[in-house]
Design a protein around this ligand. Sequence first.
Ligand SMILES: C[S@@+](CC[C@H](N)C(=O)[O-])C[C@H]1O[C@@H](n2cnc3c(N)ncnc32)[C@H](O)[C@@H]1O
Length: 199
Amino acid sequence: MSAKYWEDRYQSGDMPWEKGAPSPGLVDFLAAHPKLARGTVCVPGCGTGHDVRAWAGAGFDVFGFDLAPSAIRLATEQTRAAGLTANFQIADFLAEPPPLLFDWIFEHTLFCAIQPVQRDDYVRAVLRWLKPGGQYLAVNYLIPDQDGPPFGTTRDELWQRFSPHFDLLEERVPRSYPNRTGLELMLWWRRKVALGEKQ
Ligand SMILES: C[S@@+](CC[C@H](N)C(=O)[O-])C[C@H]1O[C@@H](n2cnc3c(N)ncnc32)[C@H](O)[C@@H]1O
């Protein structure tokens, strides 16, 4: 999907993903792990920034990226209004180099928003934007839909794509927004460190 496709959806208000709150699974994750080392977090496809603000409120140095200028404008305004600090930038996560290497990447409804043929590019982007040994926390959407966005996935597909590059730290069915209950899977991965790579 092009930047224009997403920008048009923001401008016409056609944003069924916009729930006015962060991912409940992320909220619970941060509450359950209060002692995580604070570091940099990348939220690709951040939309209006609810998840970015959840990480920022927990003390992380957060960067939200999105293709759509309106998403970045709304995210910036809402973050300022909330009295929180975060960085927002228009960027194509799949195509662009990262401005820095991150300690964390948080996935929430970007993997299901891109065309399934772009999923190889997505995995390459996660590897490009994340430090060796960095952590990839994903709330994946396990729906059958093939006529998205959103496009569905399965646990098997996620395992095949990510397990060659990541060790799985935790797997759970998270608390979800009411219309997604039982349809999400939260996977917490740590990027493997290749021979010769420094952590
Ligand atoms: C379904 S929305 C989800 C937004 C947000 N994660 C949320 O859950 O509220 C998908 C978002 O990803 C953005 N997006 C799509 N492709 C992208 C890409 N290649 N790089 C960065 N952002 C992208 C869209 O503009 C849109 O804001």
